[in-house]
Design a protein around this ligand. Structure first.
Ligand SMILES: [Zn+2]
Length: 461
């Protein structure tokens, strides 16, 4: 049997294991074939299961606390000055292409989040991700690769611009165009450049879930039977499977182990919980003037001398305590901090949903779930209603429960379990649930490279 010389990682952002393995596997001949020679199952994401930092957690096998990256945007210090985008510059831990590069191995990475701006690129080729301002930016390494891409696909698409839209047919067309171009570029690179590690991430599954979940899921509060987009997500998975098949054709599968992975899964979203409005009601967040009408939460509007806590919106909630001696006008004294935080956990976990039923929310202390806690971590990482509810940061909403999204139409939230397939003829065929932290050590080991001791995951083979 051939030994493994190369590893290819096909990343499908947000691909949902229950759709792939339970519902549609018979319609996905290439993914099915991969599951027939190797391991597959759920890939437990990081907490929180968000694109940034999840892909970096996977590529470095480090948790968000150790990376010091808690979301797309992070507090830069303990002042009331807001958040900064977590770009490639914030990533201090080596990812597997860095480790392999030092050993002289060549990598091709396409679309992996947190690779822009390009600094110290590994040997090989790099195309940055959707978190790049535009194709006018320096989004390739080497820089002249940009011209080559334009010759292959015309204008490359880093993302669908304005994907939170009601213009669904336009959105669908854009997602297909983006995916098509990305796979075409990947086929081009795989056939023309030397490589040992190939890692691509396609954002299409994430965009289609957020934009089209209501049309597919009968349990979604906006679902309408017989709507024209009922099969949109299914058909896109089928199409992506075909593109994956075309990619496999240009790889030597005898000597290449192939992963198909997602950074987290997807589930219907029931609504949003207005975190800051709730904190205002509880008297824990005090604004300088009473809020009338929905608006953005601005630090400048807060009466910090009376405020104990504030929250951030997003697919999960972040809770920050206004701690004396840490925040400029902190109010929660050092000696009361822990008991106050425990009270807050109890309050959040006891929250009912809009019908008075238990919501099942969880609030985690960073030090309980991470190996290390670096940079400015939230005091609590809050998952509302098992991710069926998102966290809404705006203030002045009519109720603490909302069914409109403050950032545009969005039908789905992320799920804690992503998916994976790891396929090679030398592997046993087995369904086994593993962790996203296992991807990097497994890949290094398969490539005959030692696994660093400080990786959080373990090699599966
Ligand atoms: Zn994602």
């Amino acid at each position: 049997m051939s030994r493994i010389e190369k590893v290819a990682i096909i990343g499908l952002d947000c691909a949902e294991p229950s759709l792939v393995f339970e519902k549609w596997l018979d319609d996905l001949p290439n993914l099915r074939r991969l599951t027939q020679a190797g391991l597959y199952g759920n890939l437990e994401s990081c907490i929180p299961p968000i694109t940034v930092p999840a892909w970096t957690c996977m590529a470095a096998s480090k948790d968000p606390g150790t990376l010091g990256i808690y979301g797309f945007r992070n507090r830069k210090d303990n002042t009331y000055e807001g958040l900064r985008i977590a770009t490639n510059l914030e990533v201090r831990e080596p990812r597997i292409w860095d480790i392999l590069g030092r050993a002289g191995k060549q990598s091709i990475t396409v679309g992996v989040p947190q690779t822009f701006p390009i600094v110290r690129p590994p040997p090989g080729c790099q195309i940055t991700s959707f978190l790049t301002p535009s194709v006018e930016s320096e989004y390739t390494s080497p820089p002249q690769l940009k011209r080559e891409i334009a010759e292959v696909v015309g204008e490359y698409m880093l993302d669908v611009k304005g994907f939170r839209t009601e213009n669904k047919q336009w959105l669908l067309d854009q997602i297909y165009e983006m995916t098509d171009k990305r796979f075409k570029v990947c086929r081009h690179l795989l056939t023309t450049k030397p490589w040992d590690l190939f890692w691509m991430v396609e954002m299409g599954p994430d965009r289609i879930h957020h934009g089209f979940w209501q049309f597919m899921d009968k349990a979604h509060h906006r679902y309408k039977p017989g709507n024209p987009f009922e099969n949109a997500i299914h058909d896109y998975y089928v199409y992506t499977d075909k593109l994956i098949g075309e990619l496999l054709e240009v790889m030597d599968v005898e000597t290449t182990a192939v992963w198909v992975v997602s950074d987290h899964g997807s589930k219907r979203m029931d609504g949003g919980f207005c975190f800051n409005d709730w904190l205002i009601r509880e008297g824990l967040l005090v604004m300088k003037e009473p809020v009338s009408g929905k608006r953005k939460f601005n630090f400048a509007d807060v009466d910090w001398s009376k405020t104990k806590v504030w929250g951030e919106g997003g697919y999960y909630g972040r809770c920050f305590i206004n701690r004396a001696g840490r925040e400029p006008r902190g109010t929660v004294p050092e000696r009361e901090y822990e008991s106050f935080r425990d009270e807050l956990v109890a309050k959040i976990e006891a929250l009912p949903d809009h019908e008075g039923q238990p919501m099942g929310s969880r609030a985690y202390k960073p030090e309980d779930i991470y190996d290390q806690v670096r940079n400015v971590a939230p005091d609590l990482v809050v998952i509302f209603g098992d991710l069926r509810w998102r966290s809404v940061g705006t203030v002045g909403n009519p109720d603490v429960y909302t069914f409109e999204n403050d950032t545009g139409p969005d039908d789905a939230n992320h799920a804690q379990q992503g998916m994976y397939i790891l396929s090679h003829a030398s592997l046993p065929t087995e369904r086994r649930d593993v962790s996203l932290y296992d991807v990097a050590p497994t890949t290094l080991k398969m490539m005959g490279h030692p696994v660093p001791d400080d990786m959080r995951g373990t090699a599966l083979v």
